[in-house]
Write a protein that binds this ligand. Structure first.
Ligand code: FMN
Length: 508
């Protein structure tokens, strides 16, 4: 079902005028035309060397997406795309149909609008599905033929899936879920499957197991980045990320029939794996160097995917996601923007008024660790209410440790302004509360091992004390008319750059 597109938003290029769907290759051509893609033809070892080059290159924030075309030991003709989105808000904009020149704050607002659109996927025949150029079943399946990264020296193995999505179906409602869950290469036809408790993908698997069936799963690599982004965010269990990706693209995601499963597969993907996950079949998995900058907990026994069929394009582009500290992590700018939009949506849907912005800062463990909420204080206790709800709403509950409320004259995306508010408007002995026994990850190194994964959250009220707002001195702002005059005369002063954009002015 298609909901009307807000007129203020540009249409994305999800389909061209001939009705052809956008795919990863078309998006790569778009970002290449803007200098956002770097192709590397020198031979590179997918074991650790791929990480070293990516990690070192991405220390520079404007680093392009990297397409490696010559992978040591590869006889399959595959390529690896890494840092597809990374710390780039520009490439995020180009993925979801937003002007890449928007500021982060503007992108969060615009993302909220795009996220209101839903477009259901469509089915196409296998003759229109590039992913089915090559189909391999039974004795022909061999995932070890492809270049598979081993990211960090202490990893427990190679990881076939990191820049990939996994589709599962809710057996009761039929809703298709897409999530991103890491997949370790165990054998030619077996992948390890690692899901955090609470993930919808795990809920779907458990629902099949409780009915006495193995869970069907589809893994897709080299998908359109809009679908990847949708799969990384938390939406209601009843919602399908495929409809959300359609909204991002402004056109339906195209699916086609699988070879072995009842589930459909993304027709435009570069590489698809069909498999079954059996309830009690567990294998040691991990560790993997993760987004928090540590290795995940030493090898637990986790479910596996028993691979039943593979589909791929010729010379497939395999997407890989490096997990590292920001700005080298694939969970970067898009995650910060999309998560922030979802937090605003969650607060709005609970009926909380006065929210003027939110930002999950990417430097804080890739947007998982710290959220700033800006609000216009409308009643006593408003800031405390916002802090408690923002800390526990679905979009931010997992892992966030620091939740900071600031007034509406503070830009939540500007860490300098946030620190100003914390140092001038918060009184630590009165303005910090702590929530205990909250949802965090089982690798949280700040907790004693037997306390994990129950973490805590600090709520920091860096708003003007509500009781004294009427008697607090005004802030030092420029007069708007003077600002406008200086902007007009800027060239006369031979100052470098363009005049800054200011949002707050002296009240006349
Ligand atoms: C690159 C990347 C890797 C991720 N790896 C995992 C993982 O291994 N296990 C997991 O549970 N979540 C992982 N996540 C987070 C989930 O994809 C994310 O929370 C998503 O919203 C889950 O969707 P679901 O709630 O529909 O299951 C990863 C996210 C990204 C971007």
């Amino acid at each position: 079902m298609t909901s009307p597109m807000p007129t203020s938003l540009p249409a994305n290029s999800g389909e061209n005028s001939a009705g052809e769907a956008r795919d990863l290759r078309k998006w790569l051509a778009l970002i290449e035309s803007r200098g956002e893609l770097l192709t590397i033809d020198a031979e590179v070892d997918p074991e650790e060397e791929l990480t070293a080059i990516t990690f070192m290159a991405t220390q520079r924030r404007g680093c392009q997406a990297l397409l490696f075309r010559n992978l040591k030991g590869d006889a399959s003709g595959s390529r690896i795309l890494i840092n597809m989105l990374g710390a780039s808000k520009e490439r995020y904009g180009l993925a979801v149909g937003l002007d890449p020149g928007l500021s982060t704050r503007e992108m969060i607002t615009a993302t909220r609008q795009v996220l209101k659109r839903r477009i259901a996927p469509t089915m196409v025949g296998s003759d229109q599905a590039p992913v089915s150029e090559v189909v391999l079943t039974e004795g022909k399946i061999d995932l070890t033929r492809f270049p598979v990264p081993r990211f960090w020296p202490g990893d427990g193995g190679k990881y076939f899936g990191t820049g990939s999505i996994v589709l599962t179906r809710n057996p009761e409602t039929g809703v298709l879920n897409a999530g991103v869950y890491r997949l370790q290469l165990h054998a030619a036809n077996m992948l390890g499957f690692s899901l955090v408790p609470g993930r919808h993908g795990l809920r779907n698997c458990e629902a099949w197991w409780s009915r006495g069936h193995p869970a069907e799963v589809v893994v897709a690599l080299g998908i359109d980045p809009a679908l990847f982004i949708a799969a990384t965010q938390s939406f209601d269990y009843g919602e399908s990320e495929l409809d959300i990706a359609g909204g991002f693209l402004g056109a339906p995601v195209q699916l086609t029939r699988a070879k072995y499963l009842d589930l459909p597969i993304p027709a435009q993907a570069e590489f698809v794996i069909e498999g079954l996950v059996h309830k009690d079949r567990l294998e040691p998995e991990g560790p993997l160097g993760e987004w928090h900058g540590f290795y995940s907990s030493p090898s637990g026994r986790k479910p596996v995917i028993d691979v039943k069929a593979i589909h791929h394009r010729r010379s497939p582009i395999l997407t890989a996601a490096l997990m590292a500290n920001y700005p080298s992590c694939e969970i970067g700018a898009y995650h910060a923007i999309a998560r922030s939009s979802r937090i605003c949506d969650n607060l709005e849907s609970m009926g909380i008024p006065g929210i003027t912005g939110a930002y999950a800062h990417p430097g804080a463990a890739n947007a998982y660790g710290l959220v700033v909420i800006a609000l216009k204080q409308l009643y006593p206790g408003h800031a405390s209410q916002v802090l408690a709800l923002a800390a526990q709403c679905p979009a931010s509950a997992y892992c966030t440790k620091w939740i900071i409320a600031v007034d509406d004259d503070v830009d939540p995306t500007d860490i300098d302004e946030v620190m100003w508010a914390m140092t001038t408007r918060a009184n630590p002995s009165d303005d910090i509360d702590v929530l205990r026994n909250t949802w965090t990850n089982r690798n949280d190194q700040s907790l004693a091992p037997d306390a994990r994964p129950y973490g805590s959250k600090a709520l920091i009220n860096a708003c003007m004390p509500h009781k004294y707002i009427s008697v607090s001195p005004p802030r030092t702002f420029l007069r708007k008319s003077t600002y406008d005059r200086v902007v007009e005369r800027w060239a006369e002063f031979a100052l470098p750059d363009r005049p800054p954009v200011l949002n707050n002015f002296h009240k006349e």
